[in-house]
Design a protein around this ligand. Structure first.
Ligand code: MRU
Length: 343
């Protein structure tokens, strides 16, 4: 069985150390907001919804003996792209502002309860995304996913992998191809492990094989997660997603993003407004700790890319699937006008 990604136990945050999977199952224990910020930075915990949940607990830990406002700023400075992180910090900060004059014990319980709610809500949201998303898949077929948008990237169940889980629960048999996802190999290490644990038929390919795979094997859909969706439907996700969407378009394969509404950013009109994290070049230079390119060579290592809305067949959310025209339909969705399961 898949170990839990995030646990809250006796006032401490336990994070499944994803840097060690699938070889070892170990938990890192965070006792402060600073511990939590480091765990997000060094990718002990990763995936947009999961870092949001971790940050919410980090702000509960901050109440013990850190300055709350500074802790919130520290957590917000860890990773720039996934908007769920900022969403969770804002939600916790607003509650703290409302209640900070209460006595410490009461404030702690209110904040702890909110973090637990964010944690539990995320699992329910993913299940709902899964139910809507399962409708896009045939009874028997094949799909490609990129990076890890599964239980490991969320509080549980997953977004893109939640769609596959819900399809399986509905009796559908979908073979999954997992892009390896250079440079950090979240697909090869995490998605393959997660799907294998749940008994899926999963095959790993390198990222560069996806287009050729689509030319040779009938692929019914590509389903990935997202780290931030702009108001026009442009979506940031793990580097390589954009290329996969182009390949899908070329081969007439549907390309879906599965993401909770907390991944949409009202401040970003389009993809160009989304900040893209650039990580250390050593992630590209080395594989398994061994340098694989000449030393001194320059490396560019953006952690995410942006898929333009015209390549996206639909965005699967917990309230239904949003389709083009995106700017208009996303606006309607947020006004609460659309609550349907569109096929
Ligand atoms: O750098 P990571 O591993 O945090 O990137 C994760 C992704 O890109 C996921 O696809 C995204 O966060 C969605 S997770 C449900």
């Amino acid at each position: 069985m898949l170990p839990a990604t995030i646990e809250w136990e006796d006032g401490k945050l336990r994070l499944l150390d994803q840097r060690l999977l699938p070889r070892r199952t170990e938990y890192a224990v965070c006792e402060s907001a600073e511990d939590t910020a480091r765990a997000i930075e060094n990718m002990t915990v990763r995936g947009a919804p999961a870092i949001g949940v971790a940050a919410a607990y980090g702000l509960v830990l901050a109440l013990k003996n850190e300055d709350f406002a500074e802790a919130a700023e520290r957590l917000a400075a860890t990773r720039p792209t996934a908007v769920n992180l900022f969403w969770a910090i804002k939600r916790m900060r607003e509650l703290w502002l409302e209640n900070r004059n209460k006595d410490n014990g009461e404030l702690y319980l209110i904040m702890e309860n909110e973090a637990l709610t964010i944690h539990n809500e995320d699992i329910e949201i993913n299940k709902s995304i899964g139910r809507f998303g399962a409708s896009i898949l045939p009874d028997r077929g094949a799909a490609i996913t990129h990076c890890n948008a599964g239980a490991l990237a969320t509080a549980g169940y997953g977004t893109a992998l939640g769609v596959f889980r819900a399809a399986a629960e509905a009796g559908k048999r979908i073979r999954i191809y997992a892009d390896e996802t250079r440079p950090r190999l979240q697909g090869g290490l995490l998605t393959a492990y997660e799907l294998q644990q749940d008994g899926f038929d999963v095959t790993v390919i390198t990222d560069s094989m996806a287009a050729f795979l689509m030319s040779r094997v009938k692929i019914d859909a590509v389903v990935t997660g997202a780290d931030r969706v702009a108001m026009n439907g442009d979506a940031a996700n793990k580097i390589g997603t954009y290329g996969l969407a182009i390949a899908a378009k070329r081969h007439g394969v549907s390309f879906y993003i599965a993401a909770p509404l907390s991944t949409f950013d009202a401040e970003c009109a389009c993809g160009a407004d989304i900040p893209i994290e650039e990580r250390c070049g050593d992630e590209v230079r080395a594989i398994g700790g061994v340098c694989v390119i000449p030393e001194e060579i320059k490396v560019w290592n953006p952690a995410f890319d942006v898929t333009p809305n015209e390549l996206i067949t639909g965005i699967i959310t917990e309230r239904g699937i949003i389709r083009a025209p995106y700017a208009e339909n996303i606006e309607k969705f947020f006004r609460g006008g659309n609550n349907r399961n569109e096929k």
